[in-house]
Write a protein that binds this ligand. Structure first.
Ligand code: 13P
Length: 334
């Protein structure tokens, strides 16, 4: 696959007014989310829940792509249609999460590093055959008194760049995701500094590994105070800090940037994205790749009666997609 092909997939992922739904929770994480709403996590309940999401009528109006988990990309609707076929019909690009989660970084208490490079070349080839056109790898950066160390930032960015190069070799667009967690009581200024260090390290590592930025998407956290901080900031301040750090660290040749929701409420995730786009135009499309902020309302409703509530839950998924799609244009008005 040529760089032009990768670039056209990347551009379609951030088409105007469209964003991505992340439904790539590992079996352990989706198990926790289902348990929280009283649903037992079985292969069938996970399949049924994801079928509800992926068959939402009109989803492709505001959703360009969906990130799946290994189990999900192999699953089908109850009528036997593979999820990837359903998605392609709806104009939704299939993506796949390929990292294997985090482990403690030896020698650096509190820091973690993401694993999953061993055997990745072969796994990417299989995912491409299964229909995936982009892949995601998430690095996790924790802010505490002692973290992140510069070693943790470098180790994570090195892995992200190795993964990205392998994706492009396999004809998949890499979505490189360094997530700076909202956990903690740090200020927005500290969040800015950590984002800056991470982004500088990331784009240096991508350069070192010969990754073509034109065929790469960045998925990043917003610059925001920690969850336990008393600092009050409005959406305009989040937007200003987030756009400032991106402009100072991210080359304009990147086709697009998407945000994760990271524990923000639905309303925060949408209003922050809207404020970010309201102060545009920017060098790249800035859109969403939300998991919780796309799903949580629909999950609660669906769980009350997974057979009877499918259509109502899908209306919620569609409403969240529409609101976030408008916010990606700076046209959401609450
Ligand atoms: P959240 O939007 O729930 O943070 O999930 C997005 C994601 O894919 C994190 O890797």
């Amino acid at each position: 696959m040529s760089i032009e092909d990768l670039e056209s997939i990347a551009l379609a992922m951030v088409a105007p007014g469209k964003g991505i739904i992340a439904i790539d929770e590992s079996t352990k994480t989706i198990g926790k989310r289902l348990a929280a709403v009283g649903v037992e996590s079985t292969e069938e309940s996970r399949r049924a829940y994801r079928e509800m999401l992926l068959t939402t009528p009109g989803l492709g109006e505001h959703i360009s792509g969906a990130i799946l988990y290994d189990e999900t990309i192999r699953q089908s609707t109850k009528d036997g249609v593979p999820f990837t076929t359903v998605m392609k019909k709806a104009g939704i690009i299939p993506g796949i999460k390929v990292d294997k989660g985090t482990v403690p970084l030896a020698g650096f208490p509190g820091d973690v590093v993401t694993e999953g490079l061993d055997g990745l070349r072969e796994r990417l080839q299989e995912y491409a055959k299964l229909g995936a056109q982009f892949a995601k790898w998430r690095a996790v950066i924790k802010i505490t008194e002692d973290t992140p160390s510069s070693t943790a930032i470098e180790a994570n960015c090195h892995a992200l760049a190795r993964y990205a190069a392998l994706c492009q070799e396999a004809g998949l667009v890499p979505m490189v995701e360094p997530e700076v967690l909202m956990d903690g009581d740090h200020s927005i200024d500290v969040s800015y500094e950590v984002h800056e260090a991470v982004l500088r390290s990331l784009f240096n590592a991508l350069y070192e590994q010969n990754v073509m930025l034109e065929g790469t998407i960045l998925k990043i956290s917003m610059v925001i105070p920690g969850k336990d901080s008393d600092e009050q900031v409005d959406a305009e301040e989040v937007a200003d800090a987030t756009v400032r750090v991106l402009k100072s660290c991210v080359p304009a040749s990147l086709p697009g940037i998407v945000f994760l929701s990271g524990g923000q409420t639905d309303k925060q995730a949408t209003s922050h994205l809207n404020a970010i786009n309201h102060i545009g135009p920017h060098p790249w499309p800035l859109s969403f790749s939300y998991g919780r902020a796309m799903q949580q309302a629909a999950l609660k409703l669906w769980a009350k009666d997974p057979k009877a509530n499918v259509a109502e839950a899908q209306k919620m998924v569609h409403a969240r997609a529409r609101d976030n799609g408008l916010a990606a244009l700076g046209r959401w008005n609450g």
